[in-house]
Design a protein. Structure first.
Length: 131
């Protein structure tokens, strides 16, 4: 999971949702000397649930949280679908072109066949040796 609750109101909400609102150790949010200990303590908290359980608890809140998705999950996540973050190019799902502007939509390049790797290397001027 990725957590970035820096502003006090978001940090307070994160603590509330995580069940650590009354743990005074977390009052030292801005004390850099305490960060290594707080990092370990937060890791212990996050180990108490699965990623999907944390998603149910935190998504849709202002706790500044996002799940870390694997490559197969990322294109299907509602946030990425709504924003067109990924494209489908001939059955391959790469990130969509960026940046995106309101008046100039980027063009998704068409799929190209790359069946012959040696021929492609030769076109690029790379020497190909047998064996």
């Amino acid at each position: 999971m990725a957590v970035g609750a820096i502003e006090p109101q978001f940090y307070a909400l994160l603590r509330e949702r995580c069940g650590i609102a009354d743990d005074t150790a977390f009052d030292a949010q801005m004390d850099a000397d305490r960060w290594p200990l707080l990092k370990l303590r937060m890791a212990d908290v996050f180990r108490t649930r699965t990623r999907d359980e944390w998603c149910v608890l935190l998504e849709g809140s202002d706790a500044c949280f996002a799940p870390v998705l694997d490559w197969d999950e990322a294109p299907e996540h509602p946030h990425n679908v709504a924003r067109g973050t990924f494209a489908n190019v001939g059955g391959v799902v790469p990130p969509a072109p960026a940046p995106r502007f309101s008046r100039t939509a980027p063009v998704v390049p068409p799929a190209t066949a790359h069946d012959d790797g040696e021929a492609m290397l030769r076109r690029w001027g790379v020497a190909v040796t047998a064996g």
